[in-house]
Design a protein around this ligand. Structure first.
Ligand SMILES: [Zn+2]
Length: 193
């Protein structure tokens, strides 16, 4: 079976790209992308679902529940990354949260492309399915709308993961590409030519 990671960086590899969410500029850009996805998603959801009495009939308890779900979601999202990394590598994980991002990394090793992609896709797939199912299955229009808001907050919150996935699908297509994921910062390593 193919390996999912290397303990140390092999001699013939060099760093090719770094994505650092703890960097102020990167953090701001990612959060702006997340907000844009959320804003467009919520607008579309509103126009499609048309919850009644939008201007004047707020249910504060339901809105508090939405906020609570979002906070729990942030923790669960990172946990799902962690479960994927743990199953594939059995190594020590690093969880954290900063002003610009929550994160989960596996800082002591170098993971191969397939391992990184499984961990990157895991929360994206799981929570898109969960919240997507909610949007389709809930019958009350307001509940549907709240669920859509959470779905798009989730998709926006995946901006950093999606950016790494796009890099893997475009620039780093070699399966031998290694990544060191310290949590907020991912460094891609490729074989020296
Ligand atoms: Zn993530």
């Amino acid at each position: 079976m193919k390996k999912y990671f290397e303990e140390t960086l092999p001699d013939n590899y060099e760093a090719a790209k770094t994505v650092d969410a703890s960097n102020k500029k990167t953090g701001i850009i990612m959060n702006l992308c997340a907000l844009a996805v959320m804003a467009v998603g919520v607008l579309i959801s509103f126009l499609v679902i048309k919850p009644r009495d939008f201007f004047g009939n707020y249910d504060l308890i339901e809105m508090a529940v939405v906020c609570a779900v979002l906070l729990v979601y942030i923790v669960l999202h990172e946990l799902v990354h962690g479960i994927a990394y743990k199953l594939l590598t059995k190594r020590k994980l690093k969880f954290g949260i900063s002003l610009t991002a929550a994160y989960c990394g596996v800082p002591d090793i170098y993971v191969y492309r397939r391992c990184a992609l499984i961990s990157l896709f895991a929360p994206l797939v799981v929570f898109t399915a969960v919240f997507g199912a909610g949007v389709f299955l809930l019958s009350d229009a307001w509940h549907k709308f709240y669920c859509a808001v959470i779905l798009f907050a989730h998709l926006g919150g995946c901006a950093g993961d999606i950016y790494d996935i796009i890099l893997y699908l475009t620039v780093f297509r070699d399966p031998e590409t290694l990544m060191r994921d310290t949590g907020p910062k991912q460094t891609f390593y490729v074989r020296r030519k």
